[in-house]
Design a protein around this ligand. Sequence first.
Ligand code: NPW
Ligand code: ADP
Ligand code: K
Length: 458
Amino acid sequence: MRPIDGLTVLTAAEMRTAEQASGVDEAALMDRAGAAIAEVVRRIGGGQEVLVLCGPGNNGGDGYVAASALRQAGIPVRVAALSDPRTDLARRARAGWAGPVEPIAEASAAPVLLDALFGTGLSRGLDEPVVESLHALSIRAVLTIAVDLPSGVATDSGALLSAYPGAALTLALGAPKPAHLLLPAAPLCGTVRVLDIGIAARSQASVLPVASLRSPAVDAHKFSRGMVAVVAGRMPGASALAASAAARVAGYVLLIGSATDRLPHAIVRRRWAEDALFDPRIGAVVIGPGLGPDEEARAKLNAALASDHALVIDGDALRLLDPARLRSRASPAILTPHEGEFAHLFPDVKGSKIDRARTAAGESGATVVLKGPDTIIAAPTGEVRLAARHVPWLATAGSGDVLAGLTGALLAGPDTTALAAASSAVWLHTEAARIAGPALIADDLTLALPAAIAQAGA
Ligand SMILES: NC(=O)C1=CN([C@@H]2O[C@H](COP(=O)(O)OP(=O)(O)OC[C@H]3O[C@@H](n4cnc5c(N)ncnc54)[C@H](OP(=O)(O)O)[C@@H]3O)[C@@H](O)[C@H]2O)[C@@H](O)CC1
Ligand SMILES: Nc1ncnc2c1ncn2[C@@H]1O[C@H](COP(=O)(O)OP(=O)(O)O)[C@@H](O)[C@H]1O
Ligand SMILES: [K+]
């Protein structure tokens, strides 16, 4: 049983391909899955009675195999089914279960509820009486565990096809799937752990790994650690937050434009001028936080786009940007839109959150950080990272400014890529929020960054 950080994420179709490519016979895969599920249920169920809900497909098949293994291990277990099995594999698994099978509507509750109704094959919402039974049984259970996925969520988009009571634990088979990470499904999964069933997972998507940051090299100097320019505008507090966060990572932070009185003294200030960005030591420019919507903002964005610098484009600058302008630039750009800014930038891009971030990155040639509770980072190569940890206290004004500054600082640093910089920034941002704790304000994130950076190994 493994935590999901850094693991490859597979869609339902990619999972099927991986199963076929594994060279392991499907029945053997199901036996492994069922045995691994039973082992976890036995260990955390504390010997209490288990009720296994089995659906008609192979998810149900896993349920029958797990029920048989639990019974052999001496755990009291009952099985309730939605209907007869419909696949050969599930029929084989059902035949291996020596006990009775009750209709779900008649099943009485047990302390441990194992949901093996539907997994990657769910094609529509569950019938209403089934949803009602599932809720009634779950309310009376002490512990609900979902096999592969909560029954009712769409594997690839994380959409909710029917109401789900919520599991405490979801045992993902072989690999995490998008629904384990995307809203609204992710919180219904509870803790997600992966059970290894011996397949090699390959795809371009993975769960955001724990950031790995190195301390500065022994011969480091401030410019070798990275110099960031933060372009300020109408709301100096926003750029001050970005610059303050950047200063925790970069060796040198330059704030260009109006500043607040309480800007840390370590941040160098300069007035805005046409040539303000003509400094070859600048490793990345952050533009957008508090920039404003006016002509001056537009001129600053034009100057940044005309420069050779790597860019982090956030906030107000995303309202002024034509993404097509990024195509001709040689140095990388990272866009950090929330959903509203994304819709403005890419009005025609539709699909799941993963599809939209990936398409936008491909079209613009920029790395796209599509923010929110389930932040997704997509590179123009098609590579995608999905954030796994959720700290809703981040939903506070200015927290995006902190992320933009942090991203710029990491992008300006040595030996990195836009994808790596954005990934580490998102991880550190959430870790800083976890450390800052409840009721945080964006300023607290900058104060918590040293501890978050230490957690990342630096
Ligand atoms: N393949 C392998 O090697 C391995 C697979 N494994 C396991 O298999 C799972 C995937 O199995 P699966 O493809 O059989 O799909 P599953 O989720 O059980 O359901 C599909 C069935 O349900 C039906 N149905 C759908 N929606 C419905 C609804 N709302 N209400 C009622 N019926 C509905 C649908 O019918 P249809 O849509 O055709 O009408 C079909 O009959 C995967 O998550 C993992 O647990 C592991 O054992 C490892 C090895
Ligand atoms: N409910 C939530 N759970 C976790 N993170 C969130 C949530 N809502 C917002 N965030 C994160 O907080 C930040 C908010 O950024 P943004 O919307 O640009 O705010 P602002 O413009 O006020 O700085 C983003 O990093 C986003 O991913
Ligand atoms: K399930």
